[in-house]
Design a protein around this ligand. Structure first.
Ligand SMILES: [Zn+2]
Length: 468
């Protein structure tokens, strides 16, 4: 035991704690199947609908958001058939009332492809999304060209590729691949799905939105095809409770009830100092670790911030309802190629056009998602009832948790890090027990407990509440 805490052992276990178990052959096979050529073809097809503005024509077979949506649904259905039919593809339609950026009640349609899980983890849902609507300079222009190659055909194509590759495999958690409209009009499609999920008491363990994931180049010539930003912060429910603000629409009775439940779940964590250890932060750590382990040389830049300054995305309605939700985005942005009417001015080309998309980069973004989703879908649920026993004064730390009856749980892992570190630095596997004592002071580090599957996949970490 003593030897374990020598400098060398600490360094070694620090490296090991960063890395999930070596990616299984199946994961490597899926990563290799992700196709930049298919992603390029799908982005070009989406751009080919001229505009995918949420208020654009839905009757045409060739132009507008209706044609785009029907094509996405048909593509996913074809992938489902090719993979044996387990991927369930649905169009979920609702009427969005007139509001800020919707001039009349409008039918919006979420395209949702569900890959059912199995066993004790079947009820855990992992959601990954991109938005298929687009816009140009005028957010209310439903007629003009709005190619939306990067924002967000890139995210939509990445999610379609994930669905088609993952549909051929079996996972323990249920995976939901979503292409949603209404993002540019106020995150409307995602908000509808998140609201329904809360109302149905869906256990959404993780939500990832891929939005503006199409380019590795910035507007000052920066170039980094080996980096992806991950925005992960989880304080929204508290902010929302404090301000009573609602970004999307006035809170209804169901939302109010949901927020009360969120408050009950998250406030004790915050009161126990988990400012950077809410489920969203644990999800961010998992996604960074899993992608970097599976993709040598690729960096997921974890940013503990909800989104870029004054910007938003489809993870926000999930965060607002207490779900762990994060956003992937490219390393830099080029604002000449977002939310712009396509045109040339003084020799400068404006517009969100496919010639500014880096298709191999989008494939790497899909791979980063895939590594995180597959390893999480093969892992057990996070441990419940995790407590740090602070009833006696001691320099050791005793943690306890409710042992799971899931036969897939092989062991529990205690992870910890310095209070000024964003990533887990140390770990100890303690076996299939409900309590463990470590010779590390609870006062000096932040702990988490993970459940580890029989195949070695670790769950998201659970933060311990103090036990008096
Ligand atoms: Zn977007």
């Amino acid at each position: 035991m003593q030897a374990r805490f020598t400098a060398l052992a600490l360094a070694l276990s620090a490296v090991a704690a960063q890395a999930q178990p070596l990616p299984a052959d199946e994961l490597q096979a899926m990563l290799a199947e992700v196709s930049p050529a298919r992603i390029e073809a799908r982005i070009r097809k989406l751009v080919g609908f001229g505009t995918r503005h949420t208020l654009s024509d839905i009757a045409s077979e060739t132009r507008g958001i209706g044609a785009a949506r029907r094509w996405i649904t048909a593509e996913l259905a074809a992938c489902s058939r090719a993979a044996g039919g387990r991927l369930q593809v649905e169009e979920q339609s609702f009427i969005e009332p007139a509001g800020n950026r919707v001039n009349q009640p409008t039918e919006l349609v979420n395209v949702v492809a569900t890959l059912p899980g199995r066993g004790a983890s079947k009820g855990r849902t992992l959601v990954v999304s991109g938005h298929y609507d687009s816009r140009n300079s005028d957010v209310m222009d439903a007629l003009g060209e709005a190619p939306g190659a990067n924002d967000d055909a890139s995210g939509t194509a990445a999610v379609m590729e994930l669905a088609c590759v993952m549909a051929k495999r079996q996972f323990d958690a249920t995976l939901v691949f979503m292409a949603v409209p209404g993002e540019e009009q106020g995150l409307l499609g995602a908000a509808q799905w998140a609201r329904d999920a809360r109302a149905s008491a869906f256990n959404v363990e993780a939500m990832i939105t891929n939005d503006i994931v199409g380019s590795s180049r910035g507007d000052a010539g920066q170039h980094d095809p080996k980096r992806l930003r991950l925005f992960a912060d989880g304080l929204d429910p508290l902010v929302r409770l404090l301000t009573q603000a609602n970004a999307n629409r006035p809170a209804n009775a169901a939302d109010q009830k949901a927020f009360a439940a969120v408050q009950a779940e998250l406030l004790p964590l915050l009161q126990a100092g988990a400012n950077e250890d809410l489920p969203t932060h644990q999800l961010g750590r998992h996604l960074k670790t899993a992608a970097e382990a599976a993709m040598p040389g690729f960096t997921v830049q974890l940013i503990q911030r909800r989104d870029r300054y004054l910007r938003g995305g489809d993870h926000i309605p999930f965060l607002e309802r207490g779900y762990a939700a994060v956003r992937f985005s490219e390393p830099f942005e080029n604002f000449a190629h977002q939310h712009q009417n396509p045109r040339t001015e003084n020799g400068m080309v404006y517009g969100d056009l496919p010639e500014f998309v880096d298709f191999p980069y989008v494939a790497d973004v899909a791979r980063a998602n895939l590594a995180g989703l597959a390893t999480l879908a093969w892992a057990p649920a996070p441990p419940r009832g995790v407590r740090l026993d602070a009833s006696g004064l001691t320099n050791d730390s005793t943690l306890e948790w409710a042992a799971s009856d899931d036969p897939e749980v092989a062991s529990y892992r205690v992870v910890w890090r310095d209070t000024d570190s964003a990533a887990w630095q140390q770990f100890k596997d303690v076996g299939k027990v409900g309590r463990a004592t470590l010779p590390v002071s609870k006062d000096n580090v932040i702990f988490g407990v993970q459940a580890v599957s029989t195949k070695g996949y670790a769950s998201l970490a659970s933060y311990p509440l103090p036990k008096r």
